[in-house]
Design a protein around this ligand. Structure first.
Ligand code: SF4
Length: 744
């Protein structure tokens, strides 16, 4: 008998609606023995039935061969992982956490979450850290994703939600500037909104150092040097002011701080901005005129301007452009962020961020602490304060005063953290590493205990998409017998650590508690229920009571600041954490490709995605390639101050001659994050993934140097993913785990 279940894709922040058919003819079930088949769900308003290849092939993740099916345990450092039962595994974890807490204090135990976890998991993970472990040190990989946009959003508007309007508003705006985003590859179904905008007579401007598939569809492509986005925004604001296109009425009625922003912009005259960014003055003028004269307009940013050591200020400068032209807090106008991970938005609202409690409350706010402590049934004074941000937490692993036992859920920092060889070495210094994941990721391979947990179609739970729309993932099939949900895992650990109440395993019960914890907070979910989400195809927060319709559009009446006015940032250009010099003369920028997702822990296990994008590459301009005597497909070595990566050259004039690009989805020799700079934004603590200084050489000339991880002795003796790319076209490292790596 076949069953169909309406649910959502496990990957990106679009959270496309899909229908899963289970129980049908196995022969039709698709690749790798996937126990489900994806059907269109045309009624879901965000993607209207469209899916990218990642979503269509997602059932391959459910096949037993692709995922973990029982706990794994390492008996001694350097020994192999072996199969274990749940009781033994949880006993080992609880004893290890308790021992480290006893010997080194509560803050020596850390928790590292993920932006793909459901709201319920993120909420309960935060509660577990604060109530059971009593540690301040919890953060998550969303810090690496949207935190600069979030900080800028809060600074300007008093509230952070990815988009303050539904995607469906995009086709109705007059001019949209997309800065450092490539939805044609990262979320293809969203591209239709940008196409409809142009069909309706609107203008699309794309800012990107690469001529991406999205940039190729734009009316105007501005191609600045990496790190030039802040100066570019200021240059456009300068021209808007000089051309008399400031909306004086809006600025006077709904904003504060314009004088400072005007002074900053006037110091960024066109010739100066051309020198900083490489964008010709004529194109700057065209962009300023198109945006300035449009009745309505939007600026959307993505990881390009955000993943910088000045990301908060860069986003702030783009918001200033919106505010000066009256393009915020009005229909079909405003600033928004294209969030990245599946629950990047909800994941940061409910307490797995080092400085936040559920409902987007500050952990330093006495009222917020009292409210949440009341819901949790604990004394507010017992709640820890703010802990270390993600990179600072990872950098301190195993050091005096740092975390010595780490519980990690839904994240793969061995591939996705900046300065990844260093982070890998720090992970190896831990007294205890516990990884909860559906798959044996590169980080899980280092763990002392691996806990196999449920994934999207095997569980129920909510996520919040980039629009702030809270949606419901439904369970379409049973997980393998040896697999448990994180909620059940946390319940089991809490009980072993002496807390027997307050950790339900049913997602809806957790959500009902989350609603109460969020009540009165910025991200107020108290009027949202599973029943309403199902009936209404999602509900937009804030939604403070059952009768409230939800809030698809924010700020139409007032901004969420104490005086209701938006605040100009008034920032100025500054260099990146690392600029090219004689030894490292090129910019490296990193990013994504269509067929892989984030660290690739999931998508590298899907055969059709692996076939489409089998390994890393280095994108080079033809002039640079000629100077280096490198031909298409030749191996090149890219070296930064942190290490070296080797991958085949891909030669294209879509990139600037002073810049090379690498996607970051792979481990091993081609790992882009071996190179990236962990310089942090002072406000958001976002590392500078998007640019660093490198040199590039034919690999044969650089072959004598140490491999990125060679200097890091494998203290844990964990099996390492094989290096990629011994030769062009080499198949990617294992997508399944072998018997040798997981000794029975
Ligand atoms: S666009 Fe994102 S949510 Fe939609 S199918 Fe692709 S990966 Fe999934």
């Amino acid at each position: 008998m076949t069953t169909t279940t309406d649910t959502h894709c496990p990957y990106c922040s679009l959270q496309c609606g899909m229908r899963l058919r289970t129980g049908g003819d196995p022969a039709r079930a698709g690749a790798a023995g996937a126990p489900a088949e994806v059907l269109e769900r045309p009624g879901f308003p965000v993607n209207r039935g469209a899916l990218c290849g990642k979503g269509r092939s997602a059932p391959a993740l459910l096949a037993p061969g692709a995922r973990l099916t029982g706990p794994l345990l390492r008996d001694r450092p350097g020994g192999p992982l072996r199969s274990a039962g749940w009781t033994e595994a949880l006993d080992r974890v609880a004893a290890g956490l308790a021992e480290v807490r006893e010997r080194h204090g509560a803050d020596a135990v850390g928790v590292f979450g993920g932006g793909g976890l459901t709201n319920e998991k993120a909420y309960l993970l935060g509660k577990f850290a604060r109530v059971v472990l009593r540690t301040a040190n919890i953060d998550y990989n969303g810090r690496f994703c949207m935190s600069s946009a979030a900080a800028a959003h809060r600074r300007a508007f008093g509230l952070d939600r990815g988009l303050p309007f539904p995607l469906a508003d995009i086709p109705h705006t007059g001019c949209l500037i997309l800065v450092g985003g490539n939805p044609a590859e990262t979320m293809p179904p969203a591209l239709r909104y940008f196409r409809e905008l142009r069909e309706n007579g609107g203008t699309l401007i794309v800012v990107d150092p690469r001529r991406t598939r999205t940039a190729a569809e734009a009316d105007l492509h501005l191609q600045p040097r990496p790190g030039g986005d802040l100066a570019l925004a200021l240059g456009l604001l300068h021209l808007v002011i000089a051309d008399g296109r400031v909306d004086e009425e809006f600025v006077a009625a709904r904003t504060t701080g314009f004088d400072r922003a005007r002074a900053a912009a006037m110091a960024h005259w066109p010739d100066r901005v051309e020198r900083i960014t490489g964008v010709p003055v004529a194109r700057l003028r065209t962009a300023a005129e198109l945006f300035g004269r449009a009745e309505t307009g939007m600026v959307l940013t993505a990881r390009g301007p955000e993943q910088q050591s000045k990301g908060t200020d860069t986003v702030g400068a783009w918001i200033d452009l919106c505010l000066a032209t009256g393009k915020a807090g009005r229909p079909y106008s405003g600033y928004g962020c294209l969030t990245g991970q599946g629950n990047g938005q909800g994941g940061r609202e409910h307490g797995q961020k080092a400085d936040q409690l559920p409902g987007y409350r500050s952990i330093e706010d006495p009222q917020a602490r009292a409210h949440v402590a009341g819901v949790w049934g604990v004394d507010p004074d017992e709640l820890p304060g703010a802990g270390r941000s993600a990179y600072e937490l990872l950098d301190g692993l195993g050091r005096p005063g740092g975390v010595r036992a780490l519980l990690l859920a839904g994240s793969n920092p061995v591939v996705s953290a900046p300065n990844a060889a260093h982070v890998t070495a720090r992970l190896r210094e831990l007294d205890l590493l516990v990884v909860a994941d559906p798959v044996l990721s590169e980080t899980a391979r280092l763990a002392d205990v691996v806990l196999p947990v449920t994934q999207w179609a095997e569980e129920e739970g909510t996520t919040t998409n980039l629009e702030g729309r809270v949606i419901l993932r439904r369970r379409a099939l049973d997980p393998p017998e040896g697999v448990r949900s994180e909620l059940r895992v946390l319940r089991g650990l809490a009980a072993r650590l002496g807390v027997r109440r307050g950790f339900p395993e049913e997602a809806e019960e957790v959500f009902d508690e989350l609603r109460r914890a969020s009540a009165g907070g910025d991200a107020d979910y108290s009027g949202i229920s599973y029943r309403r989400i199902a009936a209404e195809d999602g509900v937009f927060w804030p939604c403070p009571d059952d009768a409230h319709p939800g809030t698809p559009r924010l700020f139409l009446e007032r901004f969420a600041t104490p005086d209701g006015r938006a605040r100009f940032a008034g920032v100025t250009h500054r260099p990146a954490g690392e600029e090219p010099d004689r030894d490292y003369p090129l910019h490296l920028t990193t990013g994504r490709v269509l067929a892989q997702y984030q660290s690739g822990a999931q998508t590298r296990r899907v055969p059709e995605l692996n076939a489409a994008a089998p390994g890393p590459f280095v994108e080079l301009h033809p002039r640079l390639a000629a100077r280096l005597a490198v031909a298409e497909g030749d191996l090149v070595a890219v070296t930064s101050r942190r290490g070296r990566a080797v991958a085949p050259a891909r030669i294209t004039d879509a990139i600037r001659p002073d810049t090379v690009f690498m996607p970051f989805h792979w481990p091993g020799a081609g790992r882009a994050n071996t190179l990236t700079n962990p310089a942090l934004d002072p406000v958001s603590r976002m590392p500078e993934f998007k640019l660093c200084a490198v040199r590039v050489e034919p690999a044969r000339e650089a072959a004598q140097g140490p491999a990125p991880d060679a200097a890091q002795a494998p203290a844990r003796g964990a099996a390492q993913a094989p290096a990629w790319g011994a030769a062009r076209g080499t198949a990617q490292g294992p997508t399944r785990e072998t018997a040798q790596e997981v000794a029975p």
